[in-house]
Design a protein around this ligand. Structure first.
Ligand SMILES: O=c1ccn([C@@H]2O[C@H](COP(=O)(O)OP(=O)(O)O[C@H]3OC[C@H](O)[C@H](O)[C@H]3O)[C@@H](O)[C@H]2O)c(=O)[nH]1
Ligand code: MN
Length: 357
């Protein structure tokens, strides 16, 4: 049986790394009492709360946190017609928070994710580990069998080319979950009682050319390096698919990171995921995605970006054209999604005008 940590009595993290360079984005339909447990680690940071669902509902934020909150009315006011690219009634809405942030780094977490305990019983400061992951290089070009070579007490193993040991900049840090793992609905249905109790003390770079299923519940990234690619797609209300928001973003992000020579890491930190969403509701949301992805994955595996695509926006627009051309045959949804990808970039650039170099 795995338990969340007890953070009562842990002093506030006054040496909060990157305090002024990082925003924490939380999508929510609930009150944010879960922040009480995170207070020692997260209170020094600025929160961007994206309130989904009924905008007239009041979301209670615990005292002492510095935050900005956006509901659907705010999104519509700020983006106007471009708000059509931001999902409604799905956690995908969180990407609006990435767009309005002005910081270099983002940490996004779900409101049913709590502080995990490591095997020694110590409370895991997930944000601190994400920052470590982002601030040190990745090694996507050659697999280091001793995992993260930049970690204290580890290194590159014999046979690792010295020409590759400098590594590349890290764009994404993908954390994991104790207790309720991020399983798809069919797996949840056949294994309703399965809990993840295994804490694997490792961080790995996902090799170049390999896709992965990115989960948005415990995720951090360098907004300057990869932010415009972190679009969580058209999900939820009015859409034929849900719970593929982070997956879609992860596939686009990995293709672009591989193209631009950026790194994606997965592993530590763990959070404690407390709430299993309803597998039957999830099955309805995921149903089309489960068989569409058998065509989507080969599409991303074979996607080739041109050498003229040197910015994330240029890569993303090229990808959107490929989606329209090659995936629309699966379902007209992809035609709409391809257009929404363009709208997203237009909105991103409107809110984040390129500063003169
Ligand atoms: O309509 C909605 C529903 C939920 N949220 C917020 O999104 C977060 C995740 O919600 P929840 O924990 O209830 O669902 P999970 O099934 O555990 O979520 C996982 O799978 C779907 C996504 O990929 C998600 O990223 C995964 O974590 C939570 O903060 C809710 O308040 C919402 O904004 N709108
Ligand atoms: Mn959850």
């Amino acid at each position: 049986m795995v338990e969340p940590a007890n953070t009562v009595g842990i002093p506030l993290n006054h040496a909060a790394l990157l305090r002024d360079e990082l925003d924490i984005v939380i999508p929510t339909i609930r009150n944010l009492d879960f922040l009480e447990m995170w207070r020692p680690f997260l209170q020094p940071y600025h929160l961007i709360i994206v309130q989904d669902g009924d905008p007239s509902k009041t979301i209670a934020v615990p005292e002492g946190f510095d935050y900005e909150l956006y509901n659907r009315n705010d999104i519509n006011r700020i983006l106007g017609p471009k708000a059509s690219c931001i999902s409604f009634k799905d956690s995908a809405c969180r990407c609006f928070g990435y767009m309005v942030s002005k910081k270099k780094y983002i940490f996004t977490i779900d409101d049913d994710c709590f502080v995990a305990k490591d095997p020694s019983g110590k409370a895991v400061n997930a944000l601190e580990q994400h920052i470590k992951n982002l601030l040190c290089p990745s090694s996507p070009l050659f697999f280091n069998t001793l995992y993260d070579p930049y970690r204290e007490g580890a290194d590159f193993v014999r046979g690792y080319p010295f020409s590759l040991r400098e590594g590349v900049s890290t764009a994404v840090s993908h954390g994991l979950w104790l207790n309720i793992p991020d399983y798809d609905a069919p797996t949840q249905l056949v294994k309703p009682k399965e809990r993840n109790t295994r804490y694997v003390d490792a961080v790995m770079t996902i090799p170049k050319g390999t896709l992965f299923p990115m989960c948005g519940m415990n995720l951090a990234f360098d907004r300057d390096l990869i932010g415009p690619a972190m679009y969580f797609g058209l999900m939820g209300d009015g859409q034929p698919i849900g719970r593929y928001d982070d997956m879609w973003a992860g596939w686009c992000v990995k293709v672009i990171c591989d193209h631009l020579g950026l790194g994606v890491k997965t592993g530590l930190p763990y959070i404690y995921h407390s709430k299993a969403s309803n597998p039957f509701v999830n099955l309805k949301k995921e149903y089309k995605g489960i068989f569409w992805q058998e065509d989507i994955i080969p599409f991303f595996q074979s996607a080739k970006l041109s050498k003229e695509a040197v910015t994330v926006q240029q890569c993303y627009i090229e990808l959107s054209k490929m989606v329209k051309e090659k995936l629309s045959a699966i379902d007209p949804y992809f035609d709409k999604l391809a257009d929404a990808m363009v709208t997203w970039i237009e909105a991103w650039d409107e809110l984040n005008p390129a500063t003169k170099a």
